[in-house]
Design a protein around this ligand. Structure first.
Ligand code: ADP
Length: 390
């Protein structure tokens, strides 16, 4: 059976999955973490079991070799290509592509836009080229789906030369997830596409996308994934003057404040407790005011952005919730949609409560426009791209 190895390399980790060509089934998945340290660990999940292997001091390349060695022990599939999740494709890449020298140069050029994310992605590609010198490598970009954004959506009102010289503009992320949802929508709509949809991808990273006639026309993440909604630990949209204001007040450098915007803000910052939505909901139901406040701000910004995107498209026909929170939190969905009645959306409480842990479908009342819960599958989308390119 032909299969694709899907790789997602972070600064000190590599997530992977093996997905088959025929039914897009994930037969095996895993994580190599704490790479570069003595505690480096490879965990492989297969047939409901977890296999752990210490790989002390392994870097990305060594971790990948350990993964490849492990994969060789299976006879029920054959890896025929590797698909790489790449965070930033800048304006160079508007679709997935086969890796060659030119693509690698383009990826390096995009690294200045995502200095934390793209270099480990490139490391992963080079490691995979060494481990599988005869196999095609494919890159799939988080930004690609949003390359259809109109100028009115992607330009920031900064001196225009900053866009021209440095590429400072909105790029948007979670594009692979939005593309998956976009192609899944007809299955939920009796086979027909939907003209104007707003998709909320709510996970630890959270963003929203307005999709008109299958194309992304507005999205909430920006030059980087920091912008837009309140997220697990990221602040989302704030007044940019806050950075220098806080630097002056606290005596911290702007770099330190910026780091806090990425890692100490969002649900974590507001609650002072955790970035984990499920835990926040538990504490909130026990009466914890900080957690209640964090969840209220989170859901309020989502409603606000949906309203804004309805304006961008001059209407909205359907809403989709996806991501760990979107697929599981009936409370967040109820709070968000309670403010969207003026747009024609009303939830059915029972259907909403039932749509958790993989239960998908329409959670709206009969007289409402549809609100779908659709589990996303970025890995399956990557595998599909790989098979169509090779
Ligand atoms: P990532 O952006 O890391 O891929 P996920 O899409 O996995 O994130 O989403 C993780 C978030 O989903 C966490 O905040 C987690 O608490 C939340 N989540 C998962 N299950 C539930 C649930 N049953 N109720 C509320 N939140 C949930």
């Amino acid at each position: 059976m032909k299969a694709v190895l899907v790789l997602n390399c972070g600064s000190s980790s590599a997530k992977f999955a093996v997905i088959t060509e025929n039914n897009k089934e994930t037969i095996l998945s895993g994580l190599a973490e704490r790479l570069g340290s003595e505690q480096a660990l490879l965990t492989i999940k297969v047939s409901g079991e977890k296999i752990k292997q210490a790989i002390a001091h392994a870097d990305h390349e060594q971790a990948l070799l350990a993964i490849v060695e492990h994969l060789k022990t299976y006879t029920n599939f054959e890896i025929v290509a590797v698909g790489h999740r790449v965070v930033h494709g800048g304006e160079y890449f508007s679709a997935s592509c086969l890796v060659d020298d030119e693509v690698l140069l383009g990826l390096q050029a995009c690294s200045q836009l995502a200095p934390l994310h793209n270099p480990p992605n490139i490391t992963g590609i080079k490691a995979a080229q060494k481990a599988y010198p005869d196999l095609p490598q494919v890159t799939v970009f988080d930004t690609a789906f949003h390359q259809t954004l109109p100028e009115t959506s992607y330009l920031y009102a900064l001196p225009y030369e900053y866009y021209q010289q440095y590429g400072v503009r909105r790029y948007g992320f979670h594009g692979t997830s939005y593309r998956y949802i976009n192609q899944a929508i007809p299955q939920y709509n009796q086979g027909s596409p939907v003209a104007k949809v707003i998709v909320a991808h709510l996970g630890n990273g959270a963003s929203i996308c307005a999709i008109e006639n299958g194309r992304s026309v507005a999205t909430s993440m920006g030059l980087t994934p920091l912008d837009g909604l309140v997220q697990g630990t990221r602040c989302g949209q704030i007044d940019p003057a806050i950075v220098s204001f806080l630097a002056e007040k606290t005596g911290k450098t702007e770099a330190v404040i910026t780091d806090e915007l990425w890692k100490q803000s969002g649900l974590l910052g507001l609650s002072g407790l955790t970035n984990d939505c499920r835990e926040l909901e538990e504490k909130a139901s026990e009466g914890d005011a900080n957690c209640q406040r964090a969840l209220s701000v989170f859901s309020s910004r989502i409603s606000e952005t949906i309203g804004a995107y309805a304006a961008v498209m001059n209407g909205v026909d359907a809403i989709v919730f996806t991501g760990g929170i979107g697929e599981n939190s009936d409370a967040i969905r109820a709070a968000v949609v309670s403010r969207l009645q003026y747009l024609g959306f009303d939830l059915d409480d029972e259907k909403n409560q039932h749509a958790v842990r993989g239960n998908d479908g329409d959670i709206s009342q009969l007289n409402s426009k549809p609100v779908w819960v659709i589990p996303t599958d970025e890995e399956a989308m990557i595998a599909e791209d790989v098979f169509s390119l090779i």
